[in-house]
Structure formats: structure tokens, C-alpha cells
Design a protein around this ligand. Structure first.
Ligand code: T6T
Length: 315
């Protein structure tokens, strides 16, 4: 009987699988960001590391070189073999990462989603992220305010289909922009999270849609690339650019007029709360299933008082 119930604990999934994990290292956590060396995830890592230290955990970070499920999957598989008590993960695809993440859960590892999430809500115990749909709405209102009474087209530069956060940002934007009859939304184009693609898509759209008055770039690389595209075309400042995130480059761009607004997240708090939820789970407390974190629209005029939202390149 003992052997049978042990088997259920190790392979059963559900509450039994999550509360099992007798052979995991309960003092160790691993953070698996969406991509390495990127200020959003570095800031998240800083917040997670500080909280893990304060709570007596060892926290390691292992990130893929590209924001890609085929590169994140082997990292998850490697982490699985080491059996940490908890994994904080930003899944790079809302479907493709479900299988690998379920393996973590079935091994008794507490799984917490930070930033992005799976469509399948049964794998993670907790998800901490900005309210991204609201972020998209905020981007639409911010862009509409910048454009004022002018008429013309606006473009969304999105990252990769299947990224829960940026998909939600586009959805919120598309819905909200309908409220402004002077603005024609010409749809989204994907950049594969590549700044060079974002730049060339902006210049191509300027040729096909000379009435372009605004661009909403749904994340950091896409925003940085869109700024380059507008500069190359000599249209900086004429076409309003609203970016998402607040990387050092984007913040410089806000100062020098390459961006007219940024929608900043609070990645350090996402990391900190991720550790707190994993800590609860490891100590038999029920984590909070969904935790929203702050978003703020920043323009050049109010950037000085919002500097706490600027992302870091190192802790
Ligand atoms: O915008 C963030 C993050 O929220 C998103 O899920 C992926 O892109 C970023 O990491 C910025 O590059």
C-alpha cells in the first residue's frame, strides 16, 4: 500500500502530485525567464534573488538564449533532473510549454508562472503578471491622446503568436482603439521578438500606409526596433510611438523623443511575489492563483517621477 501511494504521489498530478515531491530540495528554487540578458527578466531576477535570500532559499536562474519554446524546453528538462523545490517560469509559448511544465508538476516541484502563462491553468499553482489586456487598453488611450484630433492609421507590432502577455496586449489595444473614430487600426504584424524585423516592418508600413500616425510596440525588443525603423525613415516624432516596457534603451528613447510614451511593468515585484508564492506552496499554504502587478504609462513630461519603474541591466 505504501508503495502504491508513493507512485500516486510521484506521477499522479493534481493536488497529490503538487503536495508530494518528497525527494525535492525544498530550499532550492529555479527561475526560468523567457530569454537571457534582457532588462525585463534581469529586473525580475533581481527581485526574485533578493526575496529568496531574505527567506533563506538558494535561487538559480537558467534562461534560454532566444525567446523560443524549443530552447526553453531542454532547460526545463535539465531542471527537472535536479529536483528543486520550486520553479518560477515564464513560459515562452502558451501551449508548447504545457508538456514540459507538467513534468515538473508531476515530479512534485511547485510551479509558479511569472509574467507569461499557459492556457492550461491546471499546471501552475500561481500566476503573477501585469494585467496585460489593461496594458493594451492603456496603450490605446495613450496613443489616442498623443494623436489628438489628427486622422490616420495605426499599427501594432506584436512579438510572437502564442505569447500570453503580448497577445493580451494586442487584444486590449484592438478593443480600446475602436473608441476613437479618427484612428484606423490596420492590424498587427509579428516580429518574432526581433528588433531588426520590427524596424523593417515599420519602414515597409510607412511605404504602404503613408497616413501612419501611430505605432504600438507590444514589448521591449519590438519597441527598440520600431524606434530604429522610424529614425531610418526620418519620421521620428511625426509618427507617435508607444512602447511597452522600460529598458534603459527605451528610457533613453523617451528622453530623446524616439518614443512618445512607454507602458512600464514592475518585473522586480513579479519576481519577488513569485518567490513568496513558491514559499507558501513549499510550506503547505495555499498560494494565490492569480496576482496582478502594476502598470504605468510614462511620457517625457512625467519620467522623472516614475524612475522607480525603469528596468535594470544588472542587480
Ligand atoms: O514585455 C516583456 C514580457 O512581459 C513579455 O512577456 C515578453 O517580452 C518582455 O520580456 C520584454 O521583452
Amino acid at each position: 500500500l505504501a508503495a502504491a501511494s508513493l507512485l500516486v504521489t510521484a506521477c499522479g498530478g493534481g493536488q497529490i502530485g503538487q503536495s508530494g515531491g518528497g525527494d525535492v530540495n525544498k530550499k532550492s528554487m529555479v527561475l526560468i525567464p523567457g530569454v537571457a540578458a534582457e532588462p525585463f527578466y534581469i529586473s525580475m531576477q533581481c527581485g526574485a534573488e533578493a526575496e529568496a535570500k531574505a527567506k533563506g532559499y538558494e535561487l538559480k536562474t537558467q534562461a534560454p538564449a532566444k525567446f523560443d519554446a524549443s530552447q526553453q524546453t531542454p532547460i526545463v528538462t535539465g531542471v527537472l533532473a535536479n529536483k528543486p523545490g520550486a520553479v518560477l517560469i515564464a513560459p515562452t509559448d502558451d501551449k508548447a510549454m504545457a508538456g514540459p511544465m507538467k513534468q515538473l508538476k508531476d515530479a512534485g516541484i511547485k510551479v509558479v508562472e511569472v509574467d507569461t502563462k499557459l492556457q492550461d491553468t491546471s499546471v501552475a499553482l500561481s500566476s503573477i503578471s501585469s494585467n496585460n489586456e489593461q496594458g493594451g487598453q492603456l496603450a490605446a488611450d495613450t496613443l489616442a491622446k498623443l494623436v489628438g484630433a489628427k486622422s490616420g492609421s495605426v499599427l501594432v507590432l506584436n512579438t510572437k503568436a502564442g505569447t500570453s502577455t503580448t497577445d493580451a496586449r494586442e487584444k486590449g489595444f484592438a478593443e480600446q482603439i475602436k473608441k476613437y473614430p479618427n484612428i484606423k487600426y490596420i492590424g498587427q504584424q509579428y516580429t518574432e521578438d526581433d528588433a531588426a524585423q520590427a524596424a523593417s516592418k515599420v519602414t515597409a508600413t510607412l511605404s504602404s500606409n503613408p497616413d501612419l500616425i501611430g505605432v504600438f510596440a507590444t514589448n521591449l525588443n519590438t519597441g527598440e526596433g520600431a524606434a530604429t525603423g522610424l529614425r531610418t525613415a526620418g519620421r521620428t516624432g511625426q509618427v507617435n510611438l508607444v512602447g511597452f516596457d522600460a529598458s534603459p534603451k527605451e528610457v533613453d528613447g523617451l528622453k530623446d523623443g524616439s518614443f512618445q510614451a512607454l507602458i512600464a511593468q514592475d518585473p522586480a515585484t513579479i519576481g519577488k511575489l513569485g518567490v513568496d508564492q513558491a514559499d507558501d506552496a513549499l510550506n503547505g499554504k495555499t498560494p494565490t492563483r492569480e496576482i496582478p502587478t502594476n502598470l504605468v504609462a510614462i511620457t517625457k513630461a512625467d519620467m522623472d517621477k516614475n524612475s522607480q519603474y525603469f528596468y535594470k541591466s544588472s542587480c
